[in-house]
Ligand binder design. Structure first.
Ligand code: PLP
Length: 463
């Protein structure tokens, strides 16, 4: 093989082959055991100890995808994947990522890639309309790598709005016991102690109790502390509970607190108008709101969208302007420099994949994806409810069904293990109250009603 560096012709030839490989994977994914059966260390044992000294042919590289990678993939794109929350991949999104990589743009400033910035702002304005979000979010959206980063940005903006006048250690933040772990992580990254985050009790639907929040805030104020932030969740990780955002906003208004809503999975459902009352309640009153198109809106990981009612607090928090990044467009004030809206400096052209997805599916295609999953999840919830062996442990209003075996935790755990070991489906678990619960998260890109029916038959067979 020649030692000439791989150029456009090499890319073209291998690119066609690899696009074909991925397309075949999409067609075949259902045939693989959903959970990879390999033991720890198996993958590394297949690889040579040293990097190649000489260029390798593509044939050898592609052969290793089949030999080493596929057996060790847990197939998130299988229609029988019901674990965690989905991580939707789709053809249009993959191609958007391909073009993003091809352009290789680093969009930290408007000036370093005007299309990267302006398509992002524009597409996120489209989403304001499509998801029924408040008009004042227009021009105020930014793509982050993940909901964890969006949550961190909200914590940083809320913190710095207060630390001009209040010592850091007097600040207190509030969220429910069911909030995602990224909230606690964000608090710690922001330099606050773990105990500066109060975790508030939930009701029997696992939604935050606004009365308990009010009590905790008033107790802290009476003790000379300064509540600065509440984080509500629209669709909790364990059971898709919806915190009462309006009632939480009342508490925040009374104490000048920042209100952030983490709608990581459920935000996507707002594209269906009939689901908005559930998903978007109280949204006009929040300071920031985020959701992950990379979970349930057919956009490949990574892509989170964060909206701010007023982005200036975040920009004040994160803007650092060294001489080498100064430029006329930034100084003019006429452009957005998204590096000030996120923790890292550099950023990929992620808006391309979202743009491709919105255009290629159209709003109707995206609504149908969400509606199909919601219908299938409700169908499954009805089967669980109608079967004496099982108890449903949380409302199933959207796409998640949590249930337990009535014989107790051991029986539920055993069923969970059998389902995954069968290789025919993958589910995950949580704890709700004091019970071990199987979580069935419907929403993989290719899951259809008959796949959910197949899962139910499997549950019936293995219970
Ligand atoms: N918030 C909630 C409610 C989630 O369910 C999750 C993940 O499931 C996250 C945040 C973290 O998402 P990401 O992986 O985008 O950081």
């Amino acid at each position: 093989m020649s030692a000439a560096p791989p150029g456009p012709d090499d890319f073209r030839a291998a690119g066609h082959e690899l696009v074909e490989w991925v397309a075949r994977y999409m067609e075949d994914v259902e045939r693989f055991p959903v959970q990879s059966p390999v033991a720890p260390g198996w993958v590394r044992a297949q690889l040579p100890p040293h990097a190649p000294e000489q260029p390798e042919p593509w044939d050898a590289i592609v052969a290793d995808l089949d030999r080493v990678v596929l057996p060790a993939v847990t197939h998130w794109q299988s229609p029988m994947f019901f674990g965690y929350f989905p991580a939707n991949a789709s053809g249009p999104s993959i191609l958007g990522d391909l073009v993003s990589s091809g352009l290789g743009v680093q969009g930290m400033l408007w000036a370093t890639g005007p299309a990267c910035t302006e398509i992002e702002t524009h597409v996120l304005d489209w989403l304001v309309e499509l998801l029924g979000l408040p008009e004042h979010f227009r021009g105020h959206g930014v793509i982050q790598d993940s909901a964890s980063s969006a949550n961190l940005c909200a914590v940083l903006a809320a913190r710095d709005r207060r630390t001009a006048t209040v010592a850091l250690d007097r600040l207190r933040a509030y969220t429910s016991t069911q909030a995602h772990s990224s909230i606690e992580k964000a608090i710690r990254v922001a330099g606050l102690r773990r105990d500066q985050l109060r975790t508030i009790d939930v009701d029997d639907t696992y939604a935050l109790r606004a009365d308990a929040l009010r009590d905790a805030v008033e107790r802290d104020v009476a003790g000379g502390l300064v509540p600065f932030l509440a984080v509500a969740t629209a669709g909790t990780t364990s059971s898709l509970a919806f915190d009462p955002v309006d009632a939480i906003a009342d508490v925040c208004d009374a104490h000048d607190m920042w209100l952030h809503v983490d709608a990581a999975l459920a935000g996507a459902a707002a594209i269906a108008p009939e689901l908005r009352a559930l998903v978007n309640g109280g949204i006009d009153r929040v300071d920031s709101w985020c959701f992950d198109p990379h979970k349930w809106l057919l956009t490949n990981f990574d892509c989170d969208v964060l909206y701010l009612a007023d982005p200036s607090a975040l920009v004040d928090s994160l803007s650092v302007v060294p001489e080498y990044l100064r430029n006329q467009a930034s100084e003019s004030g006429a452009v957005i420099d998204y590096r000030d809206w996120q923790v890292p400096l550099g950023r990929r052209f992620r808006a391309l994949k979202l743009w491709f997805v919105l255009r290629r599916y159209g709003a109707e295609g995206l609504r149908e994806h969400i509606r199909r999953d919601v219908r299938a999840a409700r169908w499954l919830a009805a089967r669980v409810d109608g079967d004496d062996r099982f108890a449903r442990l949380a409302p199933a209003d959207l796409s998640l069904v949590c249930f337990a075996h009535r014989d107790g935790d051991d029986a539920t755990e055993r069923l969970h293990r059998r389902i995954n070991e069968s290789g025919r489906a993958l589910v995950t678990h949580t704890r709700l109250g004091d019970r071990y619960a199987i979580r069935v998260a419907v929403g993989a890109t290719s899951t259809e009603q008959h796949h959910v029916e197949a899962l139910w038959h499997l549950v019936d067979e293995l219970a």
